[in-house]
Structure formats: C-alpha cells, structure tokens
Design a protein around this ligand. Structure first.
Ligand SMILES: NC(=O)c1ccc[n+]([C@@H]2O[C@H](COP(=O)([O-])OP(=O)(O)OC[C@H]3O[C@@H](n4cnc5c(N)ncnc54)[C@H](OP(=O)(O)O)[C@@H]3O)[C@@H](O)[C@H]2O)c1
Length: 343
C-alpha cells in the first residue's frame, strides 16, 4: 500500500512522492495523518540543515494528529479508530526527527505510544495537531528547566501566590506555557500584540502587555509589582532575551527556547541570573505521564489547543507554511495542512 509523502531528500530538497505506508513496529501505532502543523523548526531544518536529520531521505514535520489505522506489537493503550495527536520523533528519549516513517508531513505516519495522546471529542484534528512540540517545549520550560512540580504528579495549583512572566504569550509555545503555568497555580503576566489580549486572558493570563510598547519593561514590572523570579522567553530573539534579564530579580531564572545571545549572557552574568535553555529536542518534556494527562486536561477545559489556520492544497501547502514562518507572519495561531487533501 502506498501513500503520498513530502520526502526530504537533501538540504533544501523536498518533494511530494509516492512512498509505502509504514507498518507499525513494536511500541508504535500507524496513524492516518488528518492534520500536520508547522513549527519554525521545519523551515530552519530545510534552510540551514541543522543537525536534526541524520539520514536521508526522510520526512520532516514534528506535529501530527489523526486516526489510528493499525496497532503495533505490544500496544494496548490505543485501538484502531482512536483519534490521537503525537510528537513525531524517532529516537525517544533523544528526540531526533530523523526517521522517514515518523515525520508528520505524509499521509500515514508511525507514532510512539509513549508520546501520543487521545483527542477528546470536543477538539478537532487541526487544533490538536498544534500541541506536540509547542506543548512539550512549554512543559520543558516549566517542569524541566524551572523544576516546578508537575501538575500531573500532584503539583496542580501548588504555586499559588507566585508569579511568572511569559514573553510572547501569543506564540504557540507561549500559549501552552501560559496554560500550564496557570494549571500550576502561578500568576501569569505575558506580552503580545494588542489583538491577542482577550485571547490570552481567556487562557488565564492576569495581565497582557503590548510587546511593542516603548515602556514594555516598565509595564511588566508594574503589572508584576516589581522584578520577578521567573521568566520564560517563548520567543528568545535578542530583544526579548534582554527584556527577560531586565525584568528579573538578581538570581532570577530565565528560560530560553533558542540559544543565548552574547549580550544576554553578559547582562545575565551581571545580575547573577540563571540561564536555562530548552533549545532543541533535549529540552522537550518527552514524558509518558505528561502525554497520558493531556486528554484529561483538554476534557476538563484547563488546556485548550491552539487556534489554527488551515492552508489549502494538502502537502503542497508546505512552501506557504514555511514561508509564513520564515517571514514572521504567524500571529496567534498555528498553521496547519491536511496531508490527505493532497491532489
Ligand atoms: N527549543 C525548542 O525545542 C523549541 C520548540 C518550539 C519552538 N521553539 C522556538 O520558539 C520560538 C516560538 O515558536 P512558536 O512555534 O511558538 O512560534 P509562533 O507561534 O510561530 O510565534 C509567532 C508569535 O510570536 C510572537 N512574537 C514575535 N516576536 C515577538 C516579540 N518580540 N515579543 C513577543 N512576541 C513575539 C508573535 O506575537 P504577536 O502576533 O502577538 O505580535 C506571534 O504570535 C521559535 O523561535 C521556535 O523556533 C523552540
């Protein structure tokens, strides 16, 4: 049986081809991919190579949702027909996307059952496909780097009275970080464009500050009642990194999702700030208990998948998806394509 896949043959070389549908191996399920979401990582791998691909050809794409079509050996957690979302990573726990069987940008992919969640009836495939990488990165920041006790391990509501600033709340990572922080009991102050203020408050942020305001730091400090102990910079561009250092107390903690820039390093050292990074898959919170809790959180309404824009054209939408991210035109939504609509 064959399918259509977006095959990544070499750096900057990707095209739609017919390819066998992968048969599920031990610990995996075969999923018909109804929705595949874009991450900035996808175009960065395509443009720069990065070191995420060890072997060509492969399929890129790390976020997918779809229907289970076959069960692999030793799998009891899922059955054919289940609706699932999963992170497309071949080498758990290292988390590299280097296996052509598991990439999201194809019509059928294999999912590791440890990193897969059922989707509650109230959520659709498109929105559910937004969760895997951004949700894992947000969890990595809060529970991996900042070491808050995980809500799914008894830490729900445990941090009442504590504050956190999440820079870039309207990004996919930021929106999941807000929701998880709120679940942990933290009071969240965040930044975004004004068009997303209401949305981010609906996710639980207590204050949202215009990210482009000339006095953004002063406004954050006013909302937080002074310098804070924790900042998650979901954007981690040079200006947000410096903003993070500026609003932190001495000995505060700054989590970045991209590499630390030299000016940030110098400013952080001057304030004795701990620089924590979730850069790359080693920072993802790849944990089976976390994935086991996702369905229940969504069911309870304490976790909401991202709003989405679905691009037309099935897998052919990849160029537009990459381009939107490359140009910084993604704002407060996840960009999604539906591989099965490929003609
Ligand atoms: N470490 C990892 O493993 C990992 C994993 C996932 C993502 N990342 C990185 O994390 C970053 C975010 O990824 P994503 O998928 O969440 O991105 P995204 O959803 O595509 O981000 C778009 C959002 O970024 C916001 N934004 C842009 N510049 C900003 C600034 N200066 N201040 C505040 N907000 C700003 C925009 O806000 P407005 O529209 O409100 O203006 C927009 O909503 C990317 O650099 C990505 O590569 C790293």
């Amino acid at each position: 049986m064959s399918q259509l896949a977006l095959v990544y043959e070499a750096k900057k070389n990707q095209r739609i081809q017919s390819k066998p549908i992968p048969e599920p191996v031990k610990g995996c399920i075969q999923v018909r991919v109804e929705a595949a979401a874009f991450n900035p990582l996808d175009y960065k791998i395509y443009d720069y190579g990065l070191d995420f691909v060890e072997k060509y050809p492969t399929c890129l794409g790390v976020d997918a949702a779809g229907e289970v079509t076959k069960i692999g050996p030793n799998v009891t957690k899922f059955k054919v027909g289940d609706r699932v979302t999963f992170i497309c990573t071949a080498n758990f726990p290292e988390g590299l996307t280097n296996d052509g069987e598991r990439g999201a940008f194809q019509q059928y992919a294999l999912a590791d059952v440890r990193l897969t969640s059922k989707i509650p009836a109230k959520a659709d495939y498109d929105s559910a496909s937004s969760f895997p990488v951004a949700g894992n990165t947000a969890a990595g920041a809060l529970y991996g780097q900042l070491k808050f006790k995980e809500p799914w391990l008894g830490g729900e509501g445990a941090y009442k009275g504590e504050k956190i600033v999440i820079l870039g709340g309207s990004s996919s990572v930021g929106s999941y970080a807000i929701q998880l922080a709120v679940l942990s009991g933290l009071e969240v102050i965040t930044t975004s464009s004004p068009s997303h203020f209401d949305y981010l408050k609906s996710l639980g942020a207590t204050a949202v500050i215009d990210r482009s305001a000339p006095d953004v730091a002063a406004q954050i400090l006013a909302a937080a009642g002074g310098p804070v102990k924790y900042v998650v910079d979901s954007i981690s561009l040079p200006p947000t990194q410096l903003l993070g250092v500026e609003i932190l107390q001495p000995q505060g903690k700054l989590v970045l999702v991209l590499r630390t820039q030299p000016p940030t390093q110098a400013a952080a050292e001057a304030k004795d700030i701990a620089m924590l990074g979730t850069y790359g898959p080693s920072g993802w919170y790849l944990s089976e208990p976390f994935w086991n809790s996702v369905e229940g959180f969504v069911e309870r309404g304490v976790l909401e998948f991202n709003r989405v824009i679905v691009l037309p054209g099935g897998l052919r939408a990849w160029e537009e998806g990459f381009s939107l991210h490359r140009q910084g035109k993604v704002s407060g939504t996840k960009i999604v394509m539906r591989p099965l609509e490929t003609k």
